[in-house]
Design a protein around this ligand. Structure first.
Ligand SMILES: [Zn+2]
Length: 434
């Protein structure tokens, strides 16, 4: 079992300076290595242009410069000794931390080219500015270096941290990462105990041990026992404060130093909102997970729900005052859905799902994801279709006379799907029940 513990660091002024210097050097190296990879793609290929009249081009020129091998992790790590020779100040950074930087480039590039283990590809890796490069990692740390509330790290010396909790005795210390956040520096310890197996949960869902939940906006969730978590709207509550600070920031008469202070206040406020939300999610997740042995949730793709609406072109040829021009843009509903998007973000349902699975793993509760298709449009008792728009908050079924809150109906249906699902790995969907 692998876990991560985070502690607040208490670096001395000299250590703080050194951490910042390392971050800066590592960031430059990261950007250089990334550019090296992009350049290889740029200069070792050519556009296959077919001149007019010719059908096929069997060969073409690839630039004038010499071809070289595709830079990979090995060749880029091998370049590090040269780097230290040319730029001697890089010798101050611990060698393994520098190697880890090369690994980060590799991971970012691999995810871009071939995708992660699930096959989902990320976008083109970005060059990082100061605010985007905030972490470096010591990939090998031994537990002997951890004494009391201090950790001894190569080249950085002994760092003190606030020991807010103990690491269990059986766990081995694997890595340590130092991160800069809005309110200071933090250290993350990744610890592992191979004797504790990752739980493979195969509890059979039954009517009594299962709880189904419907995730949403109006409430964070409604479960099949009709308990609900009302949204806390942390972002919306701090919105006016945030707006005030943003106004201060855009005030042209303020000095650079004053703006820096405002910027810091903004990032602290964002941090506060994120922490409030996280705390709320954890307490709700504990409540839910403790109440059952199997938890059924919908497999939502929240990223798609938050996406901006596509621009809409007018198909109408005539135009006059008030009527859109031909080929012009017409309202696409973005104004109304941006409020919705903000609520999705404020509830942070995706984070909640992640926290839920983490807490469930701890308590040995199995999570079953069901296919969300049709769960809000069908009756949980008779499975007949009861169409609703987003504004219809009540479920009224004419065939079985079930009348209840629509989210509660969905939660019941999600539970029913999980209980009625077969034991194979695929997502249970409404089709299975029929
Ligand atoms: Zn019904």
């Amino acid at each position: 079992m692998r876990k991560t513990y985070q502690y607040k660091l208490k670096p001395t002024a000299v250590q703080r300076q050194e951490i910042e210097r390392w971050l800066d050097m590592l960031r430059c190296q990261y950007n250089y290595l990334l550019a090296d990879r992009f350049n290889w793609w740029k200069y070792n290929r050519c556009n296959l242009t077919i001149p007019q009249g010719e059908y096929c081009l069997r060969w073409c020129e690839i630039g004038s410069q010499q071809l070289r091998n595709n830079p990979d992790w090995h060749s880029q790590s091998a370049s590090l000794p040269m780097l230290k020779k040319e730029r001697p100040w890089y010798r101050d950074v611990y060698s393994q931390v520098l190697q880890d930087c090369v690994k980060r480039v590799k991971l970012a590039f691999d995810r871009f080219i071939s995708g992660d283990s699930q096959g989902s590809r990320s976008g083109r890796p970005r060059f990082k500015n100061k605010s985007r490069y905030r972490t470096f990692t010591f990939p090998k740390v031994s537990r002997e270096n951890l004494i009391g509330n201090t950790i001894k790290l190569p080249k950085l010396g002994v760092l003190e941290f606030v020991k807010s909790r103990d690491i269990e005795p059986g766990f081995k210390l694997k890595t340590a990462s130092i991160t800069r956040k809005a309110d200071g520096y933090y250290i993350n310890f990744s610890v592992e105990d191979k004797s504790v197996p990752e739980l493979e949960l195969d509890t059979v869902p039954t009517e009594s041990n299962t709880v189904g939940i419907d995730l949403g906006l109006e409430k964070l969730y409604v479960d099949s026992n009709n308990n609900r978590a009302l949204p806390q709207k942390h972002l919306r509550k701090s919105e006016s404060k945030l707006a005030k600070l943003q106004r201060k920031l855009s005030d042209k008469t303020r000095s650079k130093k004053a703006k820096r202070l405002v910027r810091r206040a903004i990032s602290r406020l964002h941090q506060k909102i994120a922490r409030q939300r996280k705390d709320w999610h954890y307490s709700e997740a504990h409540k839910l997970v403790k109440s059952c042995n199997v938890l059924a949730i919908e497999d939502l793709k929240i990223r798609n729900m938050k996406r901006r609406n596509k621009p809409k072109r007018s198909p109408l040829p005539p135009f006059s005052r008030g009527v859109p021009k031909a080929g012009g843009y017409v309202p696409n509903g973005q104004a109304s859905s941006s409020g919705l998007n903000k609520s999705w973000s404020d509830n942070a349902v995706a984070n909640f799902v992640q926290i839920l699975s983490q807490v469930a793993q701890k308590y040995g509760t199995r999570i079953i994801k069901v296919n969300p298709r049709g769960t809000s449009q069908h009756c949980s008792r008779c499975l007949n279709r009861v169409s609703k728009t987003l504004s219809d908050r009540w479920h009224d079924c004419n065939s079985c006379n079930l009348s209840c809150d629509r989210d509660y109906n969905s939660a019941l249906l999600v539970k029913r799907l999980a209980v009625g699902s077969s034991q194979d790995k695929k997502l249970p969907s409404l089709l299975d029940l029929r």
